[in-house]
Design a protein around this ligand. Structure first.
Ligand SMILES: NC(=O)c1ccc[n+]([C@@H]2O[C@H](COP(=O)([O-])OP(=O)(O)OC[C@H]3O[C@@H](n4cnc5c(N)ncnc54)[C@H](OP(=O)(O)O)[C@@H]3O)[C@@H](O)[C@H]2O)c1
Length: 160
């Protein structure tokens, strides 16, 4: 069966991805910042492995990448993100814009050797510059930067 690695699966949409892909029979790898207290993620029954990852922690990223040196990942979903209430702009940009590329670039070899070779990053209509609402506030701006960075640095990913 195919494999999926979900970055940021402790709750919300990421937790939903984990539940759905386990139900579909995929091999699921899911990350959480709270590996010792995984909550609902820890009670999902099926072929699921949990990994510790704070996306702004370089050691965590390297440790995760080392686990996948000899494993393929059919679908890598970077879901982790923050709305940024009560956070400064640098912290929000680090999590919503810098981290996805730091994480994906370290894991991309495992995706490239897989059958499906798919990467997904969760963005938002609030960051849209094309027909959607104007980028709104710090959160919308961060997602607009994310979209821009994706187009500029990985045009080939968009072709696939
Ligand atoms: N909900 C929406 O309507 C909506 C719409 C458009 C796009 N999105 C995007 O979809 C994604 C998920 O949204 P959501 O509503 O499910 O958000 P959420 O419920 O707030 O969950 C966010 C997830 O990201 C994780 N996370 C945050 N900072 C992290 C970090 N530094 N390192 C690792 N994990 C981190 C959280 O882990 P912790 O539990 O440890 O905090 C949590 O698992 C986000 O990228 C969001 O921008 C959401």
């Amino acid at each position: 069966m195919p494999s999926v690695l979900i970055i940021g699966a402790s709750r919300g949409i990421g937790l939903g991805f984990a539940e759905v892909y386990v139900t579909l029979g995929w091999k699921v790898h899911a990350t959480t910042r709270t590996i010792n207290n995984p909550g609902k993620l820890g009670i999902i029954a099926g072929d699921i492995s949990l990994h510790e990852l704070d996306v702004i922690n370089a050691d965590h990223i390297n440790n995760l990448a080392s686990k996948f040196e000899k494993q393929s990942i059919d679908l890598l979903i970077h879901n982790a993100g923050v709305y940024g209430t009560n956070m400064n702009s640098e912290a929000v940009i680090n999590i919503n814009v810098e981290a996805p590329f730091n994480v994906i670039n370290k894991l991309i070899r495992s995706v490239e050797v897989s059958d499906q070779k798919k990467v997904a990053i969760l963005t938002s209509k609030m960051g849209s510059r094309n027909g959607g609402p104007t980028p709104s506030g710090l959160y919308g701006s961060s997602k607009a930067f994310l979209n821009d960075r994706y187009r500029e640095t990985h045009p080939k990913w968009l072709e696939k």
